[in-house]
Every structure is written in structure tokens, then in C-alpha cells.
Design a protein around this ligand. Structure first.
Ligand code: FAD
Length: 405
């Protein structure tokens, strides 16, 4: 078991855990990260948003990520039937980064964890947190022994492990509908010049507007491809998951053509009912980061960005707490974090009810408004200067205008 006394123990070494650990270490705290698995390990969530670059920079990890040689990304492209539209994230309303990367998460997460370790954070792998009390955690090793570790504060960054929400009975169903995703990695063999490798491609199923696909290219001729369907849809279609994925892709229009020479050489992953919420994002002696708190939907690739934003806000608030300043966790952490999550939620709801799809595929858009929408899609969901962040109901009015034109 790890020796010594730690100010902060972080559960999980995914992006939110590594960045929070790094920021607290920078502030002079002794930080321990307990990670159940061994890295590198697979994770879904491969397309980053430009807003996330600011948090990587803050954690002193951007140089290492840039040196990782990941696929450059400058925007998002969308297709539905014969329609095609794209947003270049450099053309946006908010200040800040306009480009980012699409990353193989096994390598990306390991880079962040290794950087945190180099900066002075202690990370122990193969350690599963099994119980919590304020200032104390129970941990199980891979050989089955348990030990206790004390910490002045605990950050739960366990992702879909959702350790503290489960242990403390804080789980809430999401307000979003339950959906299922199947996905894989492919040798993409793309030669079609309509595909822009510097953008994620989101394709809407030509018949079912609530089914959509992602194509996230990597820089080595490979790509991540996946589909999101309503809960229960796949069960009705028959065949195994590989057959279901191939069949849906064959129906997908432009995406099917782009992928006509792809080689499917990797097993299929599946994740269901991933949208989730909690009764509170903090409590006595702990706070929840990233997916351990609320997770919405993969459609705008906002997961890692929200995870890093939560790490950044929590690090400041933990600092104030441990230096005896009695921060107001609701005002300083939960409310500011939820502002951006609520912006994304409105966009996600607008995607599935058709408002946002009508905005995206509208043939005429004012440049000014396009920049505002581009900003949110680039992850600047906390920039209250943006009218579409300040008042998300504007999306409804915009969709009506787009339908009229
Ligand atoms: P994670 O990265 O999940 O890390 C949690 C870590 O905690 C894991 O390493 C785990 O082993 C560890 N852990 C779990 N339980 C314990 C325990 N008991 N003790 C110790 N350690 C534990 N996001 C994007 O930004 N872009 C995308 O394109 C995107 N696509 C997605 C597609 C799908 C289908 C889904 C479902 C999600 C997608 N996401 C995407 C979301 C993204 O996967 C997550 O938001 C992101 O990984 C959250 O990071 P995290 O740091 O909260 O947790």
C-alpha cells in the first residue's frame, strides 16, 4: 500500500483525475491517485474540443500531448442524406484555442498520467477503491488484500466507475433518453476527397434522424467509428454487433462511401445507458469530477472537456478548503460547472429533437451566428458573452428561422 500521508486522494487516473492531481500538486499539496487498471488501457471518447487545450496548458501537459503526434483537428463536419455542412473551430466567437487533436485514449491518458507523475504526483495502479468515509478510503489490491488510506479531501474521478455516487447512493437517472452505442477501430483506407481528415465526421442516418455515426480519424491510417441508437433498437435488428454496425454503416449515405475500403480488424465495443446524473456534485470531504458526476451524450465530444473543466474548478476550491478558507462548493464549483453542462444539454436536446440539425444543415447562415454556434461546438460552453450560452433558448428561435429560410 502507498506509504505516507496525503492531502488529496484522487480515485481514477483518466483525464479529470490526472489534471486535477497535477493542479493540486502545483499548489503544493501531496496528491495520491489510485487507479484500478494498468495503463495503457482502452477508453472511448477520442475526439477532443479546442477548449480542453487551455486545461492541458494549465496542467503543464500540453507540450507532452503535442509531442504525442496525435491527429490534428480543426472542426466538425456533418452529413445527412445528400446534405453536408461543417464548422471550422478557428472561426468562432470566443477567445482561445481553435484547434485540438483526435486521440487514441490509451496513449493520451497514459501521457497525462505520466506527466502528472513526473510533476510529483504519486500514482498507484491496480488499486480499487471500495469504500469511503470523510477523510478515509478503503482500497483493494489485485491480490485481494484491503487497506485504508487517509486523505484530507477525496476527488472522485472514476468515470463510469462512479465510485462515490454508488457508495453514497447519490445516483440519479439522466433527464436524457437512454441510448446504446457500438463502436470499433478500423484500418480506414479512405481516399474519398470529400472526407476532411482534420475534422470529426458526424453522419445522421438518412431514415432515422435519432441514429447517428461518428468517424474520428487518427493520424496513422486508422479511425474510430461508432453508431448511437435509441435503447432497444439494435435488439430488434438481429445479427451480432459486428453485423449490426456494418449494416447500419452501409445505410449511412456519404459515410458508407467514405468507408467502402475500410478493414474491420478490431473487436466491437458496446456501451449502453451511459447518460447519468447525481444528486450533488460534492459533499463532506469529497467532490465528483468528469463522468463520475454528470454525463450527457457523446454527440458533441464534450466529455473530456467537461471532465477537465471540473478538474480545474475543483482544484481551486480544494485549495481554498485545505488552506482554511471555507469555500462555498455550490457557488464556486457546482454552479459554474453546471453552466457549461447546461449549454451542452440544450444543444444535445436540440440535436435529438431536430432543432440543431436544422441549424447545422441550413444552407444560409449568418457568419456572426455561425461563429457563435461554432464556439459552443468547440467547447466554449462557459463563455457567457456568447448569446447562445447566455440564453440557450435562442437555439429554438434560430431553428425556426432556419426552417423558414
Ligand atoms: P475516465 O477517463 O473514464 O477515467 C476513469 C478512471 O477511473 C478509469 O481509468 C478507471 O479504471 C478508474 N476507476 C474506475 N473505478 C475505479 C475504482 N473503484 N478505483 C480506482 N479507479 C477506478 N468524450 C469526448 O471528449 N470526446 C468524444 O469523442 C467522446 N466520445 C464518446 C463516445 C461514447 C459512446 C461515450 C459513452 C462517451 C464519449 N465521450 C467522449 C465521453 C468520455 O469517454 C468521457 O467523458 C471521459 O473519458 C471522462 O473522463 P474521466 O476522467 O471522467 O473518466
Amino acid at each position: 500500500s502507498p506509504q505516507g500521508c496525503f492531502d488529496v486522494v484522487v480515485i481514477g487516473a483518466g483525464p479529470s483525475g490526472s489534471v486535477a492531481a497535477s493542479l493540486l500538486n502545483q499548489k503544493g499539496y501531496r496528491v495520491l491517485v489510485l487507479e484500478k487498471q494498468h495503463f495503457p488501457r482502452f477508453s472511448i471518447g477520442e475526439s477532443l474540443l479546442p477548449q480542453s487545450m487551455a486545461f492541458l496548458e494549465q496542467a503543464g501537459m500540453l507540450e507532452a500531448v503535442e509531442a504525442g503526434g496525435f491527429q490534428f483537428k480543426n472542426g466538425a463536419a456533418f452529413t445527412r442524406g445528400s446534405e453536408y455542412s461543417f464548422f471550422d473551430f478557428r472561426e468562432k466567437f470566443s477567445q482561445g484555442w481553435g484547434t485540438t487533436f483526435q486521440v487514441q485514449r490509451d496513449r493520451f491518458d497514459k501521457i497525462l498520467a505520466d506527466e502528472a507523475e513526473k510533476q510529483g504526483v504519486t500514482i498507484q495502479y491496480g488499486q480499487t477503491v471500495t469504500a469511503f468515509e470523510p477523510t478515509s478510503l478503503t482500497v483493494q489490491t489485485e491480490t485481494g488484500e484491503s487497506y485504508q488510506i487517509s486523505a484530507r479531501f477525496v476527488l472522485d474521478a472514476s468515470g463510469f466507475g462512479r465510485v462515490l455516487p454508488r457508495l453514497l447512493d447519490m445516483e440519479l437517472p439522466s433527464c436524457l433518453e437512454s441510448r446504446t452505442s457500438i463502436f470499433t477501430h478500423i484500418q480506414d483506407n479512405i481516399t474519398d476527397s470529400r472526407f476532411d481528415r482534420n475534422k470529426i465526421l458526424i453522419a445522421v442516418h438518412p431514415v432515422h434522424n435519432d441514429i447517428w455515426f461518428w468517424l474520428i480519424p487518427f493520424n496513422n491510417g486508422r479511425a474510430s467509428v461508432g453508431v448511437v441508437t435509441p435503447h432497444g433498437f439494435l435488439a430488434k435488428t438481429g445479427g451480432d454487433e459486428a453485423t449490426q454496425l456494418r449494416r447500419l454503416i452501409s445505410e449511412s449515405g456519404m459515410l458508407a462511401t467514405v468507408l467502402e475500403n475500410a478493414v474491420y480488424d478490431t473487436r466491437i465495443g458496446k456501451i449502453e445507458g451511459y447518460s447519468c446524473d447525481v444528486t450533488s456534485l460534492y459533499g463532506e470531504g469529497f467532490a465528483l469530477l468528469g463522468n463520475a458526476g454528470e454525463f450527457l451524450d457523446p454527440v458533441f465530444s464534450s466529455g473530456v472537456t467537461i471532465a477537465l473543466k471540473s478538474a480545474s474548478l475543483a482544484a481551486d476550491t480544494v485549495d481554498r478548503q485545505l488552506s482554511g478558507q471555507q469555500p462555498d462548493w455550490n457557488q464556486e464549483f457546482a454552479i459554474p460547472l453546471k453552466q457549461g453542462i447546461d449549454t451542452f444539454r440544450e444543444f444535445v436536446e436540440g440535436w435529438y429533437d431536430g432543432r440543431l440539425q436544422d441549424v447545422i444543415f441550413a444552407s444560409e447562415k449568418s457568419d456572426k451566428i455561425k461563429r457563435m454556434v461554432s464556439s459552443v461546438l468547440a467547447g466554449y460552453a462557459w463563455d457567457a458573452k456568447n448569446p447562445y450560452v447566455k440564453d440557450t433558448s435562442r437555439l429554438t428561435t434560430l431553428a425556426e428561422l432556419c426552417r423558414l429560410s
